[in-house]
Design a protein around this ligand. Structure first.
Ligand code: A2P
Length: 316
């Protein structure tokens, strides 16, 4: 498996398993299957609500002994209602306890948005948010650094940060995020962000690489374009005797990103893991380049209530 490298030399397998939208019922078995198939990178988050089920699978697999904890790169994310500096490490410890782990390989600030601690779901009104003055991102970041210092996590980073939000944070610290996890696929190629991150030694992980069609209806726009049924992608897939998903995953890795397709299906898990067996040529890459239309499936507008301090999540 191709790997990305952190500054200290630690490796991140380029293809990981996404767990957003995987139900408790499905995920425990899916994690066991994925690890058996050879996945060594699992992406989790507290807000996905399934970390306890994932923890059961980790515990069972690691107890068996064929695959060791240190063989697997495990990520999780700090939810938006735990940005206050005193809340970061307790939130991380809850995740560690749910996942039945002693440490994480990577912990990310999930969104550049702070909710009041008691807001466990999605905000309904402006007063559900903490202002930038009440929860300065640098203080959240300093608590993340402390978690790293304490050995609870090996690497720290952010998610859903625009260039502007990265710069705002980087102006205030010498310890830059090591990772930015963002939505990224041929309809949202994120070239500017990619260049900025490369220049600053920040790795990128691509989420929703297949278009996340299993999102709840409330999160879907009308007439969403389908990535898996895109004609160009399908033609390239046919040419390589591969699936559309494999082309999409392969493309993202070709760009230098880590990528975390979600599946709970044994066959599709394997298909996705095997995406690097094809070689996209220059002509394929050129065609995919032209698919960019800055289209977001995961629109952060679900955080936006009129007048809240985060009303412009993507700074576009
Ligand atoms: P399933 O879990 O039943 O396999 P994303 O990673 O962009 O969030 O997309 C996840 C969605 O894509 C899920 O609905 C998942 O369904 C589906 N999916 C995952 N792998 C494949 C694949 N190889 N071919 C088609 N659909 C896939």
């Amino acid at each position: 498996m191709k790997e990305l490298k952190f500054k200290n030399g630690d490796a991140l397998p380029a293809i990981g398993l996404g767990t957003w939208k995987s139900s408790d019922k499905e995920i425990e078995e899916a994690i066991k299957t994925a690890l058996e198939q050879g996945y060594r990178h699992i992406d989790c988050a507290a807000t996905y609500g399934n970390e306890a089920a994932i923890g059961k699978a980790f515990n069972s697999v690691f107890k068996q002994g064929n695959i060791k904890r240190e063989d697997v790169f495990i990520t999780s994310k700090l939810w938006n209602n735990a940005h206050l500096k005193e809340d970061v490490i307790p939130a991380l410890k809850k995740t560690l306890s749910d996942l039945q782990l002693e440490y994480l390989d990577l912990y990310l600030i999930h969104w550049p948005v702070a909710f009041k601690p008691e807001v466990t779901n999605f905000p309904q009104q402006d007063s559900d948010y903490l202002s930038i003055e009440e929860a300065p991102i640098i203080e959240t970041w300093e608590a993340m650094l402390e978690a790293k210092k304490q050995g609870l996590v090996k690497h720290i980073g952010v998610s859903n940060f625009s260039i502007k939000k990265l710069k705002d944070l980087m102006d205030k610290t010498e310890d830059y995020p090591e990772m930015n996890q963002v939505e990224l696929h041929p309809y949202l190629q994120q070239n500017e962000l990619h260049n900025f991150c490369t220049e600053n030694n920040i790795l990128l992980t691509a989420y929703s690489p297949l278009g996340s069609q299993d999102r709840i209806p409330e999160m879907k726009a009308e007439n969403e374009p389908s990535l898996l049924e895109n004609e160009t992608i399908l033609k390239i897939a046919e040419k390589h005797d591969a699936s559309a998903a494999q082309v999409l995953i392969n493309w993202s890795v070709q760009q230098g990103n880590a990528v975390i397709p979600k599946s709970t299906n044994t066959h599709r898990l394997k298909e996705n893991l095997n995406s690097l067996t094809i070689n996209l040529d220059r002509e394929d890459l050129e065609k995919i380049k032209h698919l960019d239309k800055h289209y977001r499936y995961v629109n952060g507008e679900f955080f936006v209530t009129p007048g809240n301090p985060y009303s412009n999540i993507y700074d576009e």
